[in-house]
Design a protein around this ligand. Sequence first.
Ligand SMILES: [Mg+2]
Length: 316
Amino acid sequence: VDEFELIRRFFSTGYPQRTDVMLGVGDDGAISRLGRDEELVSCSDTLVAGTHFPPELPADAIAHRALATNLSDLAAMGASPRWFLLALALPRIEPEWLEQFSAGLARLAARYQVALIGGDTVRGPLSMTITALGSVPPGTAVRRSGAVDGDLIYVTGTCGDAARAWQAMAGGATLAADDPCYRRFAYPEPRVQEGLALRDLASAMIDISDGLHVDLERLLTASGVGGAARAEDVPLSAALVDQVGLAAARELALTGGDDYELCFSVAESRTTDLARLSADWSCPPVCIGRVVSEPGLSWELDGLGLANPSSAFQHF
Ligand SMILES: [Mg+2]
């Protein structure tokens, strides 16, 4: 039973249906209608020490990641972040650790003006769940399901960096605090402004948490279409290529995850609008392929077909 089967079997049906739920389980966030002028976008994400981050990661980075992954989901819906709740399980109370944790949390919250409005703390193995809430004008949230045949597929920033750092740390390496791949893992920057800017442009959007291949595949499946993508066009950082070489960098970019970049589709007629809109972004979008009508995502490298990358992060 994988994560999607688990959700489908136990958490999709048998619960009360409400007409003010515009979109329920299954996208980056849910959409609820509040009044005439606004819809609420909600998402929730759990991070467990040892599974999603090494327990010895600095506390401010743990907090930053926990909030950033949620803001990234809101970004993928094109929502403005507004509030969040934190449920924190701690093995013991360590004031110094908590000092650092709260400083990291407050710093990222301040950057996007998102308020901490509640939560819970319990004793237990280190883990945290953040629920983030944002809003959109009615009907404007970007779903995974809007891609159509002929749209172009884009990804922001670079992929694979965070996965490289996680892999190295899992193998026992200690990375320098200024290692660019470590920075991407420890302090991912959610693409909030970019997601907002794409709200009226992207036909479908998802953030990359589990790996470019599987997350793009989810977007295409939700849209009932397929995709043809070019591995040589997937943006890689110089630091990543430097550290692992080009072939391994590509593999990490396609399968690694933890990128928190945005992957989205845009109608070909709107690509000049996209170029204008993104001209000053620090994480410029790069076109990596095209939506096709036949289901499935296929990759090629320099014109030759590529075996589909093996699945990335498995939730179970
Ligand atoms: Mg997501």
